[in-house]
Design a protein around this ligand. Structure first.
Ligand code: ZN
Length: 208
């Protein structure tokens, strides 16, 4: 039996990254088309700073997905498009019954969660807060603070990501808007609830 070697990884808070990671990716502002209600504000922002990196993920992925874990660190810059904060594209796991944890390392954020049937939950994340994303919840993180939001995360290596699930329903059911120094939740006017077929298709991805 050839065992995988244990490893040790420091979370670099200032850089918002996992050291000794095996991979990384980043999303620039121009990559986040379609997320924001204020399309004119988005277009203007892309024009002026479309190359800005909004979030970067560093992670450690195993060579074989079966039964293993992926873990890493995400760092999201503070910022707004119109009244909406910088946020991730969001996803549901391709095998939708796979869960995830997020741990607040620095900054202030929200995890916006939505069930296939369209129920919404919001989990506030700060330093030393663990957010549990249970099986079958669509999830998106949002930086509601003035500083980078840094979180570490962990999920099953065979989870995969379906990023299109949000696009297919016209966005998530709720939008989070800046209000004063805080935030408020408002309905997304473009949202189209999933039908029974769409919901069944999500549920059918479990345990494949
Ligand atoms: Zn996830």
């Amino acid at each position: 039996m050839q065992y995988v070697e244990p490893s040790r990884h420091r979370v670099d808070l200032r850089g918002g990254q996992l050291l000794a990671a095996s991979g990384s990716y980043e999303k620039k502002l121009k990559d986040l088309d379609g997320l924001y209600a204020d399309t004119a504000a988005f277009a203007a922002a892309v024009e002026s700073h479309g190359e800005e990196i909004v979030y970067r993920v560093t992670d450690r992925k195993p060579e074989s997905a079966h039964g293993d874990l992926i873990f890493g660190v995400t760092r999201m810059e503070p910022g707004r498009i119109g009244d909406e904060f910088y946020m991730t594209r969001g996803h549901i796991h391709a095998r939708a019954n796979r869960p995830e944890t997020y741990y607040g390392e620095a900054g202030e954020g929200l995890m916006l969660l939505e069930s296939p049937e369209g129920e919404t939950r919001i989990v506030e994340i700060g330093e030393r807060i663990v957010c549990y994303v249970p099986p079958f919840w669509i999830h998106r993180s949002i930086n509601i603070g003035d500083n980078p939001l840094v979180m570490s995360f962990c999920y099953p290596a065979d989870a995969g990501q379906d990023y299109d699930v949000i696009h297919r329903s016209g966005g998530m059911r709720s939008r989070i808007l800046a209000e004063g120094s805080g935030w408020r939740e408002v309905p997304n006017a473009d949202y189209r609830p999933r039908g029974p077929g769409d919901i069944a298709a999500i549920l059918a991805t479990a345990d494949q």
